[in-house]
Design a protein around this ligand. Structure first.
Ligand code: UDH
Ligand code: NGS
Length: 358
C-alpha cells in the first residue's frame, strides 16, 4: 500500500540519519583522543629528556643559590661537577628525599629484573647521579665478592633506592675474586679503588661487605672530614659496637685519606684482622674515626655460614702488631693483580680479578 510504504521509507530515512550521526560522533571522539594522546606523548618525551638522570622526588631539591654549604671534608670532596651541568645548583647538604628508619628483612625472594624495574634511573654499570642538582660527592662503592649472589641481590634491592635518595653521584663496583684460592678482602678493596679510578673522577670510596644493609637512609654513604665507619650498630652485635676501634663491615674514605695510609694491606689472606690493620694505619697517620649515632647507624647482616676458603688467618695477630712498620711498603703502591673480566651490568660493574695467592 502506498501509505504504508511512505511510512516505511520515512522510518528508514530516520534510521539512516541516526546511523550517520552516530558514525560522525564516533569519528569525532576518536580524533579528539588521538590528538590528545599525541600531546601526551610529546610531553613525555620532553620529560624523559630533561629528567633522564633524575631520582624520583620533589621537583627541585637543589640548594637555593648561595645557601648551599660545602660538604663536610676537603674542598675536593664537595666540589660539584660544574662542567657536566652548568645550570644546576649543588644538592643540599642533607637530602630532602631521606625518609629515616627503614624496614629491612631478608625473607622475600628478590630478582634482579625487579630491582632493575624498580630503579629505572640507574644506568649501565650501576651508575647514577641526580638530575635536579649537582651531587656533592662522587662516590665509588666497592664490594669484595665471591659466590654470594643471593646477598648481592638484597644489597642491590635495598641500596640503590637509598643511594638515589641520598643524592649521590655514585657507581657500584663488585670485585669478584676469581678461582678458589683463599679469600683476600682487603686486596679486593684495593683493586676496587684502582679500577674505579680508571672509570671516573671519584673523590670518595665506600667499602661495603655484601651482606650489610643500613636500616636508616640518614646514614649517608659519603665521605667526611675523617674516615667514616658506617656499620655502626649491627644487629649481630646487639646493635652496639663490638669494640671502639672496630672498622669492619662498611666504611668510607676520601681519596686523600685512602692515599695517606697507602690504601689497604694486600697480605691478609683468609678471615680477620685486615680491618684492624686499616684502623692502625688511620690512627698512625693521626686520623680518627667518624660515625653516625647508634640509632642512625643501625644495620642488618644477612646471616650466613663461614665461606669455604675464608678460614681465620692465623697470622693476623702478628700482622696487626706490625702495621706501622709495614704499611708504607704494603698497600696501594705495591698492588698487583690481573683483571680477568670487566662487565658493565645493569645494576653494577662486576670486575673479576686474579689476586694471586699467599
Ligand atoms: N666475601 C665473599 N665471599 C667469600 C668471603 C667473603 O663475598 O667467600 C665478602 C663478602 O662481601 C663478605 C665480606 O667478604 O660480606 C666479609 O666476609 P665475611 O662475611 O665472611 O666476614 P664476616 O666477618 O663473617 O661477616 C665471618 C664468618 C661468620 C661465620 C658465622 C657462623 N655463624
Ligand atoms: C675481630 C677481628 C676483626 C673482625 C671483628 C668482628 O676480632 O677482623 O672481630 O668479627 N680481628 C681479629 O681477628 C684480629 S665478626 O664478629 O664480624 O666476625 O672484623
Amino acid at each position: 500500500m502506498p501509505g504504508e510504504s511512505a511510512v516505511n521509507f520515512s522510518l528508514l530515512h530516520r534510521t539512516c540519519k541516526l546511523v550517520v550521526l552516530l558514525c560522525f560522533l564516533h569519528i569525532s571522539v576518536t580524533v579528539v583522543f588521538y590528538v590528545r594522546s599525541l600531546d601526551l606523548r610529546f610531553a613525555f618525551v620532553q620529560n624523559q629528556q630533561s629528567h633522564n638522570r633524575s631520582a624520583a622526588g620533589p621537583p627541585s631539591t637543589a640548594a637555593v643559590r648561595g645557601d648551599a654549604k660545602p660538604a663536610e671534608g676537603s674542598p675536593e670532596l664537595g666540589a660539584p661537577e660544574v662542567k657536566a651541568a652548568p645550570d644546576l645548583q649543588p644538592c643540599l647538604e642533607t637530602s630532602p628525599l631521606l625518609v629515616g628508619p627503614l624496614r629491612v628483612e631478608f625473607n622475600m625472594p628478590v630478582s634482579l629484573e625487579k630491582v632493575k624495574k624498580d630503579n629505572p634511573l640507574v644506568e649501565a654499570g650501576g651508575r647514577f647521579r641526580p638530575s635536579d642538582c649537582v651531587a656533592l660527592q662522587k662516590v665509588a662503592i666497592i664490594i669484595p665478592f665471591r659466590k654470594r649472589e643471593e646477598h648481592l641481590k638484597y644489597w642491590l634491592y635495598y641500596l640503590h633506592p637509598i643511594l638515589q635518595r641520598q643524592q649521590l653521584d655514585y657507581g657500584v663496583y663488585v670485585i669478584n675474586q676469581d678461582g678458589d684460592v683463599i679469600f683476600n678482602r682487603a686486596k679486593l678493596l684495593n683493586v676496587g679503588y684502582a679500577e674505579a679510578m680508571k672509570d671516573y673522577d671519584y673523590g670518595c670510596f665506600v667499602f661495603s661487605d655484601v651482606d650489610l644493609i643500613p636500616m636508616d637512609d640518614r646514614n649517608t654513604y659519603r665521605c667526611f672530614s675523617q674516615p667514616r665507619h658506617l656499620s655502626v650498630s649491627m644487629d649481630k652485635f646487639g646493635f652496639r659496637l663490638p669494640y671502639n676501634q672496630y672498622f669492619g663491615g662498611v666504611s668510607s674514605m676520601s681519596r686523600e685519606q685512602f692515599l695517606k695510609i697507602n690504601g689497604f694491606p694486600n697480605n691478609y689472606w683468609g678471615w680477620g684482622g685486615e680491618d684492624d690493620d686499616i684502623y692502625n694505619r688511620l690512627s698512625s697517620k693521626g686520623m680518627s674515626i667518624s660515625r653516625a649515632t647508634g640509632e642512625v647507624g643501625k644495620c642488618r647482616m644477612i646471616r650466613h655460614n663461614r665461606d669455604k676458603q675464608n678460614e681465620p688467618n692465623p697470622q693476623r695477630f702478628d700482622r696487626i702488631a706490625h702495621t706501622r712498620q709495614t704499611m708504607m711498603k704494603d698497600g696501594i703502591n705495591s698492588l698487583t693483580y690481573k683483571v680477568i673480566r670487566k662487565e658493565k651490568l645493569d645494576l653494577y660493574t662486576m670486575i673479576t680479578v686474579d689476586v694471586g695467592k699467599p
